[in-house]
Design a protein around this ligand. Structure first.
Ligand code: F6P
Length: 369
């Protein structure tokens, strides 16, 4: 029987849903019954710590530092219940202009005998995958990011679990907010996309939701807060996306500079808004930054199922020899598109149809649009 070796790595920020995807890649690739039908015996090698693993491994010598792990069904049996990624991840690009290590990565892919490389990642990691594909590597992409900002797919692994974290944490905040008559400003992740804040805010019933796609004014926020107060609210919950901006301003950043994917470290909006509410209304207000809690915890049922389907579909693409593709979920179906289609584009909230720009909240008409 023909033999074929698949490598898989997770790259960029972790999230729930990565382990289920890896598990189902392994289970599907190593399925004995399918091996006979396909006439090919697959092997799956896990590459640790994203693209860093492909730079650090020296395949000609023994891999004493464990950058590569051979995966089998016993190893991955329980992985779909567990958050994060057992393979580890990094925000590391081999195409760093100051230290381009892409040649080494391609050499190592050859030396490891990988017939296909699966990259589970967001837009930065999939852009790397696309460049490798252009250089002749047989790449398959699996979309993940709690930001859900990739185009061509209606779902990215990790989003649903993160949404549940936002909802559960705000439920918890409500009791203490009510006891003390406080305004709570809750900062969510999401970078330049407002999906997590908007859908999280809608799910938890937030009074105000600030998203990057619609610049806000503090005067309007304070006006809305006072309106709520006059209407008898004891407390309010405001959800603010980390990437939301003041009118005429720019994103709030934790520190100067960018990471190796060229991105700013966003953060600080909740503190700012809470302090401006205190100054503008005299009401007691506090900030909570959900931060990496949103990326943690066990995958939700949805992330387990989507990880499973994406993992299976990724192996289907390998079996078909259909490389340079990203698996995706579009109009209720798992399908695939050229990875290149996602380059330079982001899936953002359409404020004309999905947001109330007057009340800084979710839409109030649905059927009439
Ligand atoms: O892109 C995923 C994400 O979680 C963003 O929402 C957030 O801005 C960023 O990663 C945080 O990255 P780090 O793990 O480097 O702090």
């Amino acid at each position: 029987m023909k033999k074929s070796r698949i490598g898989i790595l997770t790259s960029g920020g972790d999230c729930a849903g990565l382990n289920p995807a890896i598990k189902w890649v392994v289970k599907t690739a190593l399925d004995e019954r399918l091996a006979w039908e396909r006439g090919t015996q697959y092997e799956v090698l896990g590459i640790r710590d994203g693209f860093k693993g492909l730079v650090s491994v020296d395949p000609l010598y023994s891999d004493t530092e464990g950058h590569i792990v051979s995966l089998n069904q016993d190893i991955v049996r329980t992985w779909d219940r567990i958050g994060g990624t057992f393979l580890g991840t990094s925000r590391f690009s081999p195409y760093d202009p100051e230290n381009d290590q892409s040649k080494l990565v391609i050499e190592n892919i050859e030396r490891l005998g990988l017939d296909a490389l699966m990259v589970v990642g967001g837009d930065g990691s999939l852009a790397i995958a696309s460049r490798l594909a252009q250089e002749g590597v047989n790449v398959i992409g699996i979309p993940k990011t709690i930001d859900r900002d990739l185009v061509e797919t209606d779902y990215t692994l990790g989003f649903d679990t993160a949404l549940n974290v936002v909802t559960e944490e705000v439920d918890r905040l409500r009791t203490t907010a009510g006891s003390h008559k406080r305004i709570f400003v809750v900062e969510t992740m999401g970078r330049t996309a407002g999906w997590l804040a908007l859908e999280g805010g809608e799910a938890c019933g937030a009074y105000i939701i600030l998203i990057p796609e619609c610049d806000f004014s503090m005067e309007r926020v304070n006006e809305l807060v006072m309106e709520g107060k006059r209407a008898g609210a004891r407390y309010e919950i405001i959800v603010a996306a980390e990437g939301a901006k003041l009118e005429g301003g720019s994103e709030f950043v934790k520190k100067a500079g960018v990471d190796s994917f060229g991105r700013k470290a966003l953060g600080g909006i909740a503190d700012f808004v809470a302090s401006e509410i205190r100054k503008g209304t005299g009401l007691e207000s506090r900030s909570v930054v959900l931060s990496h809690l949103q990326r943690g915890g066990a995958p939700s049922a949805h992330d387990r199922r989507m990880g499973r389907y994406f993992g299976i579909a990724a192996v289907d693409l390998v079996v078909r020899g259909d490389f340079g593709k990203m698996v995706c979920y579009k109009n209720g179906r798992v399908t695939a598109c050229p990875i290149d289609n996602i380059l330079g584009r982001l899936n953002l909230v359409d404020i004309k149809t999905q947001y109330d720009v007057e009340r800084y909240n979710g839409r109030r008409t649905i059927l009439s649009q």
